[in-house]
Structures are given as structure tokens and as C-alpha cells.
Design a protein. Sequence first.
Length: 164
Amino acid sequence: MNFFAFFLHGGDDHVDLAPLVDIAFLLLTFFMMTTTFKVSDEVVLKLPASTSEEKEPTTRYITVTIGDSLSGNPIVFNADLQHVRQKALAVIGISEKEALKTTGFEVKKDQLYGILNVARQVEPSQKIVLKCDKHAKFGMVQDVMVVMKKVNFKDVQLMTELEN
């Protein structure tokens, strides 16, 4: 069979690009639907050094961040799961629409128990990560850890910088 004879005798010489465009849009839609955005905190921290190489979890986690003592030890709550963040922050009067932000929410120490308790009830299998500035007051860190224990978080992961 002569393949080129088809083109020499007036055969159809174009390629239909419609299926290619369809596949491109399907891939684009798939990646847009499955992408998860990393939650971030607005508090800049200098983490203490450690030799532990354990990494921060990437899914199903709650972060509680304590800033340095110079800025008044702000406590920032965040969760990577939207429904957990919405229900937990509803305790302190933050609307579900406002809770869709991926940056953290500054909370007071006395509000933390209620927020963590609701977050624990909504999704019990979550991990909790505590991020503290190395200049944060120890009393504040201890108070936050006591609250986490009262809420029954068994494993609290304390984030640190890796020593050289």
C-alpha cells in the first residue's frame, strides 16, 4: 500500500485539532479541581534549632503559631481542611465566607480551647502542629500546650529548624 498516493490524489490533508483542544481543556479542568493550596500564616517566625528531621504534615493538619514576645505573642490558628476551619472559627464569630482565607486567624488564648475542641470533633484524625518563635515566652507556649492536652490531642508536633 502506497501511503503517499493518498495525498497525491487529492486526499484529505489536514488534521482535526478539535479532540486535542478537548483533551487540553479536560486536563486543565482536572488540575484546577484537584489542586490544594498551602495554608500560610502571616506571622514571621525564627524557629528554634533541632536535630529532628521530621517534616511538617502536608494534609489533614491544624497549625497553632505563637509569635515572638516583642510583638505580644500573637496566637494564630489555621487548618488545611476548609470545613474544619469554617466550623472551628464559627465559635468565635468568624463567618464561613471569611474563614475561606488560607492565611491564619489571630485568636486570643481563652478562645483557643473552644476552637481546638470543635476542630477535634469535626475531624478527629487530624495532626496538630505547634510553631513557636524561639523568642516566645515559655509560659505562653506551656499554656497553649496545656489547652492542646485538654482537647485530647495526643501527638503535638513542634516545628523547628534543622541544625547544620
